[in-house]
Write a protein that binds this ligand. Structure first.
Ligand SMILES: Cc1ncc(COP(=O)(O)O)c(C=O)c1O
Length: 336
């Protein structure tokens, strides 16, 4: 790391600043502005330091002089430098202390490589992608001003209406579009449910084994997870009642239990709904991939048979692709 510029090197009559331009930035003035700004904020250019004349700096950096003039002006409006009449440009005397260490250096986010059949990878039909892209372009080009603002916090009424039709036809869930909330995928929806309905410390039944991402989401909110075993019929309701009958909610994947793939039997569905009614608990039904079946149609969603206790979480992560980050909640009218 270069020394602080209080020890500037003198090369002929030109003060050489310890900065380096990022030539990937398109305009020269932005290259200079960005390098000087970073130097000042990181403390390489000390408060009160006199900056070289625009001519001298242009020479040092090999850029046009008017790029330096524009960069100095931008730094002036940032408040990072001060112009002293007739005496040149100085790094502002009062600046926040520079950060102790470069924060980016500590970030180490590794995304594992994705292979076919890996978790979360869908086979996206290129024809479907083309149609989606064309439809998106068309919608954006034809959008009315209302659609370009914040709009209804539940999301587009048109999309909610389509989702309502789809759920009625395919999942046995009858709901009004006003009870549908468009979200950025299942985890966002789950987080909203917890924030709205539960308090830190509340007990939540969680399938064991279960979906790790939802486990992280629930844990992050401070609720207490109660592991409940899964057998060939899905979550074992009697075991949940034994562990904590007064839990406030249960998170389940009835169509395809994650990761066992078991479909929850109708007897278990009824037992789970009975418990939720008795305990006054909510069921978070994660219906992430009911569209994919080896044979026959999927069983009716829990939300189709016990709507008042169930919050249904749907996603386009499987039918389209996960990076779309688009899903929806169906909530009982009283909770909207
Ligand atoms: C059990 C389960 N729920 C939900 C999802 C999708 O989550 P999201 O909509 O947040 O992408 C997945 C994706 O693999 C999943 O396995």
């Amino acid at each position: 790391m270069p020394n602080r510029a209080t020890t500037l090197r003198r090369r002929d009559d030109v003060l050489a600043l310890p900065i380096r331009l990022d030539r990937a930035i398109r305009s020269q003035s932005q290259q200079v502005h960005s390098a000087l700004r970073a130097g000042i904020i990181d403390g390489l250019l000390a408060p009160g330091l006199r900056l070289p004349s625009t001519r001298a700096l242009a020479e040092q950096l090999g850029v046009r002089r008017n790029a330096i003039v524009a960069a100095y002006e931008a730094l002036l409006s940032d408040g990072l430098v001060e112009a002293r009449h007739g005496a040149g440009t100085y790094v502002a005397a009062e600046l926040p202390a520079p950060p102790a260490a470069a924060p980016m250096a500590e970030l180490d986010i590794r995304i594992p490589p994705r292979r076919p059949f890996a978790l979360g990878v869908t086979l996206v039909d290129p024809v479907l992608l083309k149609r989606l892209a064309a439809a998106s372009r068309r919608r954006i080009a034809q959008a009315v001003p209302d659609e370009l603002g914040y709009g209804d916090p539940r999301g587009s009424l048109h999309l909610r209406t389509q989702v309502a039709h789809y759920l009625a036809a395919n999942r046995g869930v009858r709901c009004d579009p006003s009870c549908i909330l468009i979200v950025s995928g299942t985890q966002h929806g789950l987080r909203l449910c917890i924030d709205a309905l539960l308090a830190p410390g509340d007990a939540v039944w969680f399938e064991d084994p279960g979906y790790f991402a939802s486990r992280h989401t629930l844990r992050a909110t401070g609720v207490t997870l109660v592991p409940v075993p899964v057998d060939g019929e899905g979550i074992v309701v009697t075991a949940g009642e034994k562990a904590d009958a007064a839990a406030k909610a249960a998170y389940v994947t009835p169509s395809h239990q994650f990761p066992t793939g078991v479909a929850m039997s109708m007897a278990r569905r009824i037992a789970l709904l009975d418990w939720a009614r008795r305990a006054g608990a909510y069921i978070f039904e994660d219906d992430y991939d009911s569209e994919y079946r080896f044979a026959g149609p999927p069983l009716t969603a829990l939300a189709g048979i016990g709507a008042e206790r169930v919050i249904y979480l749907g996603t386009f992560a499987k039918t389209l692709f996960a990076g779309l980050r688009l899903g929806y909640l169906v909530v009982p009218p009283a909770l909207v």
